[in-house]
Design a protein around this ligand. Structure first.
Ligand SMILES: [Zn+2]
Length: 150
């Protein structure tokens, strides 16, 4: 398993999201062959008044637009929190190669919890999943954010 420096970029995007009053989740899309970051994004649901403006979705959209392609085969996503059902579906549709995620999300996650999207027979492309990457840091970021809001 590569020690992913890209996860640090995802954390930076999550911290920037928190500073904007968004739930602190950050995502980075990488082309591992070129060693290039295609997109980095944090949640923007409040700012865009869009319940689907999750970090993963925004990163996938940005990278697809930059490439002029509707799918990103061979590309990897780094995200600070376990993706939800919506994002898991987008990851599958985008044909991503790997997903590295930080904190587990037993309440809203859809990879290792809930619908376990990638294991369903209706899921036609499943990425390799590496979970718990920087889990402590990712969990602390979310805890601090919600504590400060109460
Ligand atoms: Zn999501």
């Amino acid at each position: 398993m590569p020690p992913p420096p890209y996860m640090d970029l995802a954390f930076a995007a999550a911290e920037a999201a928190a500073a904007r009053g968004e739930v602190p989740v950050g995502a980075v899309l990488v082309d591992p062959v070129a060693g290039r970051v295609l997109a980095a994004a944090g949640n923007r649901t409040e700012e865009l008044c869009d319940p689907s403006a999750h970090a993963e979705l925004l990163a996938i959209r940005e990278a697809c637009a930059a490439r002029g392609q509707p799918r990103l085969p061979g590309c990897d996503l780094y995200v600070t929190l376990e993706p939800c059902a919506l994002c898991a579906a987008a990851i599958s549709f985008a044909r991503l190669r790997r997903v590295y995620y930080g904190a587990y999300d037993p309440k809203g996650g859809a990879v290792d919890h809930g619908p376990r999207f990638f294991t369903q027979p209706t899921c036609h492309h499943a990425p390799e999943v590496y979970s718990g990457i920087g889990e402590t840091r990712a969990g602390a970021l979310l805890r601090d954010f919600f504590r400060d809001r109460r």
